[in-house]
Write a protein that binds this ligand. Structure first.
Ligand SMILES: *Cc1c(COP(=O)(O)O)cnc(C)c1O
Length: 353
């Protein structure tokens, strides 16, 4: 029998992070820091204690407790995921039913639309306003007009790095007649989190990740924070052993060293400030060619004249950043990386003056 893939699968292509080898990788918003010394020292003991022959704790109780301690929330409101990516997948496939509508904002994280479509939902993309600002009233109106079962957005936003203030986010949650998924993947770098109040809403799932400030992208670890009813549903809908024992153990070790995490955060913020300063200087040196947005994350988003050619020029010089149309998103890296990439951008525009 000739087996044929269904239409929704035929359309898909495997996720393809920038292929090839680059000397400088500032394309994925990872942390440039190794694990802190305190954690490295504990690591052999942590791994030794893992019971490799046993299935992991399905609820990752100790890990969720450590996460809850770190952010000072109730552990009962926390669900761990194999990266927040897995949580997005679970949410789309269990909180939505086929044919329902999901409202996404544009530009925003591309995985939202991907999982919504995989769950056979209708995805409505609403363009953001001037300066990529989100207008809460417009979002509420559109969501309810489209009968959206779910509204999802990142705050601060990947890729724009723009932050929406707390009151505006609260307004959206209260105004939307559906589930709101608030992706705070970058909120460690900004100050408008709703994590401490997330379990007080009846229609909110708040997502966090350990892939950015904690430098744990490799072990895949993310969290959802929500009220007890939603949390129970999330735990019921996930696969039982979604977070492996090694991830649980290392995640716990990292989250129990808050001072080390704060140190890492400081270093990343220093890098961001410095990269932002360098890009701003270029914008002044080449008027009208670069338009940079003040960053609230661990990357710098800017519009570049001839962004496509610039992107290829950087690649030719073994440097990879993320391109979105006329915009480049550059992850804050080590100082020499920030210096080298901005020097290359300088060279690119100097060569055309
Ligand atoms: C990086 C990122 C995540 C984190 O994904 P993980 O699966 O936890 O690594 C989630 N949302 C956004 C917008 C991101 O940029």
């Amino acid at each position: 029998m000739a087996y044929e893939l269904c239409d929704k699968l035929k359309k898909l292509t495997p996720y393809d992070p920038a292929e090839g080898t680059y000397r400088i990788r500032l394309d994925a918003n990872e942390s440039f820091l190794p694990l802190p010394d305190e954690v490295i020292e504990k690591l052999p003991k942590v791994i030794e204690r893992v019971r490799f022959n046993r299935y992991p704790d399905p609820l990752a109780s100790e890990l969720c407790f450590d996460f809850a301690q770190y952010y000072r929330v109730d552990p009962q409101s926390v669900t761990a995921g194999n990266g927040s990516d897995e949580l997005l997948n679970i949410i789309a496939n269990s909180f939505l039913q086929r044919g329902e509508t999901v409202l996404t904002l544009a530009p925003d994280f591309s995985m939202y639309g991907f999982y919504a479509e995989l769950a056979e939902c209708r995805c409505v993309r609403m363009e953001k306003g001037e300066g990529f600002r989100i207008d809460p009233d417009a979002v509420i109106e559109r969501a309810n007009q489209e009968h959206a079962a779910m509204v999802i957005f990142s705050n601060p936003c990947n890729p724009t790095s723009v932050l929406l203030d707390r009151d505006s986010v609260r307004k959206i949650i209260r105004g939307v007649n559906g589930l709101v998924v608030l992706d705070e993947a970058y909120m460690d770098f900004a100050d408008a989190s709703l994590i401490r109040e997330a379990d007080r809403y009846d229609n909110l799932i708040l997502l966090r990740t350990c892939s950015k400030v904690f430098g744990l992208a490799a072990i895949r670890l993310g969290f959802a924070v929500a009220n007890p009813t939603i949390t129970r549903a999330l735990r019921a809908a996930k696969s039982p052993y979604n977070v492996n024992s090694i991830t649980q153990a290392i995640g716990s070790a990292v989250l129990s060293e808050p001072e080390a995490a704060h140190r890492a955060l400081e270093q990343i913020l220093i890098s961001r400030r410095s990269l932002y300063g360098m890009v701003r200087e270029l914008a002044e040196k080449y008027p009208g060619k670069i338009n940079v947005i003040e960053p609230q994350t661990n990357f710098v988003f800017a519009r570049y004249e001839d962004a496509g050619e610039l992107f290829e020029f950087l690649k030719k010089n073994a440097m990879i950043v993320r391109r979105m149309g006329d915009y480049l998103r550059i992850t804050a890296g080590r100082n020499h990386e920030n210096v080298e990439v901005t020097q290359k951008i300088d060279e690119f525009y100097a060569g055309r003056c």
